[in-house]
Design a protein around this ligand. Structure first.
Ligand code: ZN
Length: 228
């Protein structure tokens, strides 16, 4: 759940929704507050029982200093100890946006923002985070060209720290990369744009097929959902 989604639906509403589904289906489900821009938002989510908190100071301010990012991440790590929520972060702005892009990927440019073994170790030591959002060629958004991940770098990040590793910006990544990344030790892969794309395309199709239908939810006519 990104910041915009949480604010649109309501922090507590999402918690209740997930708890209801957990009970109804008898499965484990957790809520990940993704790319939260502020310490206060993170604290509110921890209070509401969100299990996984991604504090992303550099998303809100691309110019945020390393000191500021470390200090605010530490504050969330400390606060999360009250509930045991896991905390994820990264030391600098992570590129792209969760949308459909028409431009290609400037591989040389994104290499400048890749994680380093020294960087992961010092950031984890300084903050005490549970999960490090690695940058190895993953990039937010869906692009006309496939992503290319540097698995050698991923292995060296794995060797440099015991922290859990995540990969944001997974949309449009060939599957074999995910399989190899999981083997190396990545424990969370974020895919958003691919789902947004399918959702929108499906919505357009359903609306086009049912030009006279105005009910948001209607059963028994061949389509039973409309997003709210
Ligand atoms: Zn992300």
């Amino acid at each position: 759940m990104g910041d915009g989604e949480v604010k649109a639906m309501g922090l507590e509403n999402i918690r209740d929704l997930v708890d209801n589904y957990k009970e109804e289906y008898g499965v484990e489900m957790y809520i990940n507050l993704d790319h939260s821009p502020s310490v206060d938002d993170c604290k509110r989510a921890i209070d509401a029982g969100y299990e996984f908190i991604h504090i992303d100071i550099s998303q809100a301010n691309h110019e945020a200093t390393t000191e500021e990012i470390i200090e605010k991440t530490r504050e969330v790590v400390e606060y999360a100890k009250f509930t045991g929520a896991l905390v994820e972060s990264e030391p600098h702005y992570f590129g792209g946006s969760s949308n459909v892009h028409t431009e290609g990927i400037d591989f040389e440019e994104i290499k400048k923002t890749f994680s380093t073994p020294e960087g992961i170790k010092s950031f984890v030591d300084a903050t005490g985070i549970d999960t490090f959002a690695a940058a190895i060629g993953n990039l937010h958004g869906k692009y006309p060209v496939p992503k290319v991940l540097d698995l050698e770098l991923l292995q060296s990040l794995r060797d440099a720290s015991d922290v859990q590793l995540s990969l944001h910006g997974g949309s449009g990544t060939p599957l074999h990369y995910f399989e190899e990344a999981a083997r190396i030790g990545v424990s969370k892969i974020n895919i958003n744009s691919d789902m947004r794309y399918v959702f929108r395309k499906t919505l357009e199709k359903v609306l086009a097929e049912n030009p006279d239908e105005y009910a948001v939810v209607k059963q028994g006519v061949g389509w039973s959902y409309m997003p709210i």
